[in-house]
Ligand binder design. Structure first.
Ligand code: PBG
Length: 332
């Protein structure tokens, strides 16, 4: 804080707030369509749209419709789309083999968007939960989520996504050592320009509830994810995880959830300077939508304000289910 600030009335903060041009002149941050990554849910079928009860306004889309959605996002100037598959329960196994099937739903969606020539970066999720009969992000043996064997599976999963045409791999599993292992495999398989956005500071959060409905993982999950995701009380541990992932070769890092963890985003940006993202997760989306549906808040205004807060906190971009709506609001 400036110690040279003149005392009132020489200094009046309301002067630069007194009219729109002056307010615009002193803006400290910006919110642009280039700051958005749009997470979408993919399901089987053709021309299939499925509503998600806990995420009003968000739908699962079949691969053919996802291509159109990606094109729509690209036309709005949104730089990236992030794919999450709703996997048929019959394909879920203990060892999660479907995760690295080159023809799984997610990889088919990547290839379809690529084949259609849509100019958008394609981001993926690397975690075993959509394919796991136990609903966990890692392989479960005797009730324990085993780390190193899970990392081997995650590497195979990431390589299959890179081969399908993904641009940004998003390991969201929180196993130790996965960033280094995935990076090394990408390098040795010739995918040198495939990037990694690590879910580096991912907290064990109740805000993920609606997402687990969206990908059909709620029923399968036994117990919680506290043995691998970070405790919401631990900010320093989160920073150490970010540092570790950057040292292992993450190109970009993410804080998740978003709004309740803006203090972490700010510290990550200040301390490491790396491209820093936050995920405005399903529960954050659902809360805004629910309050807006009740007429208790102005949904569009809160949507924009919530995203401005990420930018003020130092985030380079935000994964948000609101992405196309925000883009339209910004375009005006
Ligand atoms: C799965 C994954 C989750 C989210 C993204 N990837 C859920 C979880 O860890 O249980 C949450 C996204 C959201 O809530 O919007 N590894």
């Amino acid at each position: 804080m400036s110690v040279n600030q003149a005392p009132y009335p020489l200094s009046r903060f309301r002067r630069t707030r007194s009219a729109a041009p002056l307010r615009n002149l002193v803006l400290e941050s910006t919110l642009s369509v280039h700051d958005l990554i749009w997470p979408v849910f993919v399901c089987d079928g053709m021309q299939e749209r499925q509503a998600i009860a806990s995420m009003p306004g968000v739908e699962r889309l079949s691969v053919d419709l996802i291509v159109g959605a990606a094109q729509e996002a690209a036309d709005l100037g949104i730089p990236a789309i992030c794919l999450f598959p709703y996997t048929d329960p019959s394909k879920k196994t203990e060892l999660c083999e479907e995760a690295w099937n080159p023809d799984n739903l997610s990889n088919r969606a990547i290839a379809a968007i690529r084949d259609a020539g849509v100019e958008i970066a394609i981001m993926t999720d690397i975690a075993l939960d959509p394919y796991n009969i136990n609903g966990h992000d890692g392989i479960v043996r005797d009730g324990v989520i085993v780390n190193d064997e899970s990392v081997e599976a995650l590497v195979k999963m990431g390589l299959a996504q890179a081969a399908a045409g993904a641009d940004i791999l998003g390991p969201s599993d929180m196993m130790d050592g996965r960033i280094g292992a995935i990076r090394a495999a990408l390098e040795s398989e010739g995918h040198v320009n495939v990037t990694i956005m690590s879910y580096a500071a991912k907290f064990a959060s109740a805000y993920y509830g609606p997402f687990r409905d969206a990908v059909g993982a709620s029923g399968a999950l036994k117990g919680d994810k506290k043995t691998y995701q970070i405790d919401p009380l631990n900010g320093r541990e989160a920073l150490r995880c970010v540092e570790r992932d950057l040292r292992e070769g993450a190109d970009m890092v993410m804080v998740k959830p978003g709004q309740p963890y803006l203090d972490i985003a700010r510290q990550v940006k200040d301390r490491f300077g790396a491209p820093t993202f936050a995920y405005q997760v399903s529960g954050e989306y659902a809360m805004i939508e629910a309050a807006a549906a009740n007429g208790w808040i102005d949904g569009d205004k809160v949507m924009l304000e919530s995203l401005m807060a990420f930018r003020r906190a130092g985030c380079d971009g935000v994964l948000t289910y609101f992405a196309p709506r925000v883009a339209r609001a910004l375009i005006g």
